[in-house]
Structures are given as C-alpha cells and as structure tokens.
Design a protein around this ligand. Sequence first.
Ligand code: GLN
Length: 487
Amino acid sequence: MQEILRKSAMEQFSAIKNKEVSATELTKASLERINSIDEKLGAFNSLTETTALETAKKVDEKVSAGEELPLLAGVPLALKDNMNLIGSKTTASSKILENFVSPYNATVTEKLLSNLVPIVGKANLDEFAMGSSNENSAFKKVHNPWNLNKVPGGSSGGSAAAVSSCESALALGSDTGGSIRLPASFCGIVGMKPTYGKVSRYGLIAFASSLDQIGPFSRTVEDSAALLEVISGYDPHDSTSLNLPVENYRESLNNDIKGMKIGVVKELMSEGLAPDVAKALQGAIDTYKALGAEIIEISLPNLKHSIGIYYILATAECSSNLARFDGVRYGHRTDNAENLLEMYCKSRAEGFGPEVKRRIMLGTYALSSGYYDAYYKKAQQMRRVVTEDFLRAFEQVDALISPTCPNTAFDLGSKTNDPLAMYLTDIATISANLAGIPAMSIPAGFDSDGMPIGLQIMSPQLTESKLFNIAYKFEQSHDYYKQLADI
Ligand code: GLN
C-alpha cells in the first residue's frame, strides 16, 4: 500500500496543499488499493472512478493556480450506497434497486462535490440499512479487515471496512439505530452520528425518517470533525433540517476537559458485557479521571425498553417509506404478472430480501387500525420517556460514556438465523437515535483476539463541539487509532 493512504484525511489534505502529492495521484492510489484488496473485503458495490478523477483534476488545477482549497479537497471518500450521486447506481444493496441510477445528487453529495472531495465508490450496506452485520446485502457480505471471518458490523459495514483498511481515509454512513457507530466500533475507527437535523437527509434513501441521520467515518477524531463541517448545514429540501450556522468543530478539539462531568451509563456496564470490553471501559474511565474529569455513575432506567420501542417505530416508518418501491416508479418490475395487483406483489416479493420483508410486515401490523394504539402510539410515548432519561442525565453530566457494543465483532454467519440476537447488538446505540442526540464511537483498545473495541460517547443535542473535544482528548491519550488492520 502506498504510504500516503495510511495517513489521516487531514494529513492527506495537507500533503495535497503542500504539493507533496497531487489529488490525482492520491485518488488513483485509493482506487488501486480498492482494486487490489476489495475482492477479499466486499466493501464496495461499485466504483465511481470517472467522477473521482474529474474532481481530483479540479483540485490539482486549483493547486497549480495557487488558489486556496476548500476543506478536505482531494481526499478520497466512500459514499454509502443509499445516498444519491447523479449518474451512478444507488442500490441500497437491494435487488429491487439493482439497476437504479441516481437522477439527482443528495445534499451531502452536493456538499462533498462543492468541496472537491473525490467520491471513489459506493459502499456496501445491509439492504436498505437494515441490519447489524452487513450480511443482509443482496449482493455480497462485507468482511472485517481485522479478521476476514468476522462481520464488520452494520448497516454501514462497507463504509467502515473501506476506512479501516485504508481504501479511503473517509466515508459517509447513515445511522438509524447505530449503523455508523457499531461498524466503527467493530472495525476500530471513528464513527459519528450528529444531532438529528444537523445533516440533510435529502437524497438519502429513507429507512425510518424520524431516526435516520447521515454522519462521517474516519480514522481520527479531527477528520470526523472536519467531515461533519463539510456535510452539515441547513437544507430547505429536508423539512427536518435545522436552520443553524455551520460550526467549526476543530477549534475546540484540544480544550481542557478538567472539571467536566462524565457519566458512565450504569445499565450498559453490567449484564452481558464481554470481559475485555469491560476492561477497556475501565481503561476509559481511568483515562478521563487522569485528564481531570469527574466520573459519575448515571442510570438510564428506561434504556432497557429502547430496542422494543425502536423495532416498532423503525419498522412502522419503514413499512411506509418502502411502499414507494412498487415496480411502477422505481427499480425492479416483475416479468410475469397478469394484472396490476399481481405486478405490485410479485415485484416486491422478488425485489426485497427476507429481513426487509420481515420489517415491512412487522411495521404494517403495528400500524394497522386494531393495533395502532397498543403498539405505535405506546412506542411513541415510550420514546419520550427514554428521551427524558437523557434530559435528566444531562442535568448532571456533560456527556455519557458506554461501550458502543457489549461485544466485539462476531463470526460471519453466527447470528444470521437469529434475528432477535442480531437486534440485541444495538442495545447501546439505539437510544441516542430515539433521543436525537449526537453520539460517536472511537477506538478504545483490543480484545484478546486482537479485535477492536469501541467507546461510545453521547452528549446533549447540538453539543457536537463538546463531544468531539471529549473524544479527541481520549484519542490523544492512547495510540489505538494509530494501529491499522493488517490487510
Ligand atoms: N441495526 C439496526 C437495524 O437493523 C440499526 C440500523 C441502522 O442504524 N440503519 O435496524
């Protein structure tokens, strides 16, 4: 692998500005790396070489003309394949969209292109972002770069594997219940879910609209902060987008955290925690104490309900969002239908995979008139109760820490026949989506098999600056983030 690919995105950006490498050389190096190792990983559904090299060329022209470069210009990025890039396929890793070509750019894509970030390809995911292991892709599984027999986590497994293996320094993912943080944790990198509404969802294929949020993957906290600056901001195309100024998150990364109050989530430190993960969490507590923070045990008594709430709300919303895939307007249409109803039914039966079908059926059931009050309405009420747990917690502490997941990456195939076990993987991540708060996962050590462990940090809505600051201080106290998968 070329040395430049091991560097962080901000280091790559500096190297381009200082003319140590051209954006074209760097983009070609990234594409070569993908071509040489991705058969083993399966991180990409497709490559977008032409767009990437055109963007890189524009960067090099600016450099030659002595013009200033926008943030992260020239640094290769992988786009999760549920976000539109005009002229490229956006499949959501589903057969139903196998041949769907994006007719427009997502807002995040527009922002990346206007900052001249070369998009090298579309990253694999669980079909429609439903899953925790990236084994639900209709096309191929993604393998974990640290151990090819293990899952990378999902649903943004391709994005995480790409960054972890240095195929690209950056990627975007989407997080509805943990799909950025879980794969970041399993692959030993940084994954960040912003406050709901910080990043426009326009052009992201909707899964559960009240929970979905796009966010960055990177190998360092500074890169994560920089990429969020690039993609965030108000967008009139998304009615849930927050009309607030774009912040500079990098300014406060190194602020002193002495005297800050950091809560440890009691409910996530007990049952079912793998011993090595518990040890890493104790290490994190010790680090924060050494940095002068005050550690306080915090109880989130309703956290135990979060998976139940999520699997009613997320499935209800997805059953409605996925109604648009009907064989008429988008994607796959069956060849053998006798009438209109059969065309709808067969197109959907042939196009959707088993997990997506399961969710559509669960969600349709929860929304049906006889059960709406008992399930959907109750889940909405309980969502508020979980959110109130967080509001109470943040009266006492600046941020909360927990493991991102009670265990490290599991073996491919080990949970595919047990959907409930798979759903439980998200116990630590889902509640942040219910409450709409920002949360991230950063590398916090390795287990005895050498698999990465993730530390989750959560903070109140719109306190991304503080979140990055707390994450950065931990990152810089260790060299976990410098260790790279050997692939
Ligand atoms: N694993 C969760 C699910 O399967 C979360 C997915 C996500 O965040 N997109 O729904």
